[in-house]
Design a protein around this ligand. Structure first.
Ligand code: GTR
Length: 334
């Protein structure tokens, strides 16, 4: 197996982990190795741990999961390449690093595509979510389930953002996705794509003025210590996704495939309960720390400025179908 020549491409993998992941031994009998950029107490990591627990229990110990958390295997983009290649079995990532190669993922990442958290959950639990998970397979990934990521908002070191014009000229870190670059530029700010792990230093050194994320990430990364203005724009509600390497997947029996899918699905309500509590706690702690939190004057102004991004990134019939399904699911229509 050609496995770890891939290190040349991914670059970000530490030698030790490359050895652990690709090393000898029977790949089929060892635990499923899974990566996460968050630390071990973050809800996504806890959810994959729960998925592994269910898997071990239901397979009488034949299948299990070992999680490499805290980004120790590299950035989401690098570890995704490794997952596609088969050097890593599972990966919990945001949809952003998948935007470039699976256009269907863009639909769930569009600004203001969901009217509420309930709408988002209905969409990812229903046909639109299924379509996006299935769209990953041609790219070497099996979409197992979505986990919540709440709503992303802007925060920065300079000033409260109340109107889109307040964004003008700010240097804002974005994930490595053209969609995010465009939506930040649509507000007149300068978008700087950067890996998650580099944002803290970027803020400290003034390389960037701000970034955008949900409450729990803003807290765990300690970005709130430097970027003291958090403006509740809630512009993107793209979920997290748990994927499996298609290579590893195809080596599973049909029974085990079904087991993996069910255990992933059954970890979702567990994650949601943790997530809701975490969002609430993070918000309270951040406000108590003295961060200046503000609502924006008129959220429709932000949505209007970002609207051209939809046209630019929704170009295929498959994307249009998913988008239409999502629009048909707004409260009352579902
Ligand atoms: C977090 C997400 C991570 C990563 C990060 C980022 O909300 O959970 O997977 O995407 O944002 O901004 O890079």
């Amino acid at each position: 197996m050609a496995r770890l020549t891939r290190r040349d491409v991914t670059g970000g993998l530490a030698a030790g982990s490359a050895l652990a992941l690709g090393g000898c031994g029977d790949v089929l009998s060892r635990p499923l190795f899974s990566s996460d950029t968050h630390s071990s107490d973050y809800p996504t990591v806890a959810a994959v741990r729960e998925m592994g627990r269910l898997l071990e229990e239901r397979s009488d110990g034949r299948l299990s999961v070992r999680i490499y958390s805290g980004g120790q295997l590299g950035s989401e983009r690098d570890t995704l390449e490794l997952t596609v290649f088969g050097g890593l079995d599972m990966n919990r990532v945001n949809l952003a690093p998948l935007n470039a190669f699976a256009p269907e993922t863009v639909v769930l990442s569009l600004p203001f595509v969901f009217e509420s958290e309930g709408h988002m959950r209905r969409a990812i639990d229903g046909a639109p979510g299924r379509a996006v998970l299935d769209a990953l397979e041609p790219h070497g990934l099996i979409g197992l389930c979505f986990y919540d990521s709440g709503a992303r908002s802007f925060y920065n070191t300079r000033r409260p953002i109340r109107t889109p014009d307040d964004m003008r000229g700010l240097k804002i870190r974005v994930q490595n996705s053209d969609l995010y670059v465009s939506l930040v530029e649509a507000l007149g700010a300068n978008a700087t794509p950067m890996d998650f792990s580099e944002v803290y230093q970027g803020l400290m050194q003034g390389v960037i003025d701000g970034a955008e994320n949900n409450w729990p990430s803003y807290e765990t990364t300690r970005h709130f210590e430097t970027a003291r203005f958090f403006s509740v724009t809630g512009h993107v509600m793209a979920p997290e996704v748990l994927v499996m390497s298609a290579r590893r997947w195809h080596a599973l029996s049909d029974t085990d495939k079904a087991l993996v899918r069910t255990c992933a699905r059954d970890s979702v309500p567990y994650m949601r309960a943790l997530w809701d509590a975490r969002v609430e706690g993070a918000r309270e702690r951040i406000i108590a720390s003295g961060v200046e939190v503000n609502e924006v004057d008129n959220i429709a102004d932000f949505a209007e400025r970002m609207a051209p991004v939809w046209e630019r990134f929704i170009t295929t019939p498959a994307q249009r179908r998913i988008l239409e399904d999502i629009r048909n699911m707004v409260a009352g229509n579902a």
